[in-house]
Design a binder for this molecule. Structure first.
Ligand SMILES: [Zn+2]
Length: 159
């Protein structure tokens, strides 16, 4: 299991923290991450001084896990809208495409506000609070978390 090295139980299984719908991961100086499944979406939250590195890495890991488990599924990564109390999600690929086209802002479909793309990416990297990124999936999220937990159990024998 690729995420095992971040498990709080990597040295002692009984220190691990994972349950039915989520797990807590730790990458020492790079921060701690909470991965949870809510109503069919996988939420990855990283807490660190500079969370973007660990967050990006975990998002890529989860995306590749999903792709390898379910062919044909195209997991999409979203960032939370920075407007306070807005539940809008901004799709990362759309942000990158806008940037590549020289469009400096992206509009949230929920609060209708335009957000500066550079500011969005910088604030995601620098805010010292819980960061959220969302991988929105069409189906099968519960199975992947089950698979994660199963793999953790399977790793017990090595500890
Ligand atoms: Zn919004």
């Amino acid at each position: 299991m690729r995420l095992h090295r971040y498990s709080l139980g990597r040295d002692n299984y009984y220190h691990s923290r994972h349950w039915k719908n989520g797990l807590l991961l730790d990458d020492v100086f790079n921060g701690r991450a909470f991965i949870e499944e809510i109503a069919g979406d996988v939420y990855i939250t990283v807490r660190a001084a500079y969370p973007s590195g660990f967050l990006g890495h975990l998002c890529a890991e989860v995306q590749s896990l999903v792709k390898s488990f379910w062919q044909g599924i195209d997991p999409r990564l979203h960032l939370p809208c920075p407007t306070e109390n807005c539940k809008g999600l901004l799709e990362r690929d759309e942000i990158m495409e806008s940037k590549a086209e020289g469009i400096p802002k992206i509009r949230c479909a929920v609060c209708r506000k335009f957000h500066d793309i550079d500011g969005l990416m910088v604030s995601t990297a620098a805010k010292p609070e819980w960061q959220k990124a969302v991988t929105q999936l069409n189906r099968g999220q519960q199975e992947i978390l089950k698979a994660v937990n199963t793999n953790y159990d399977a790793l017990r024998g090595y500890l």
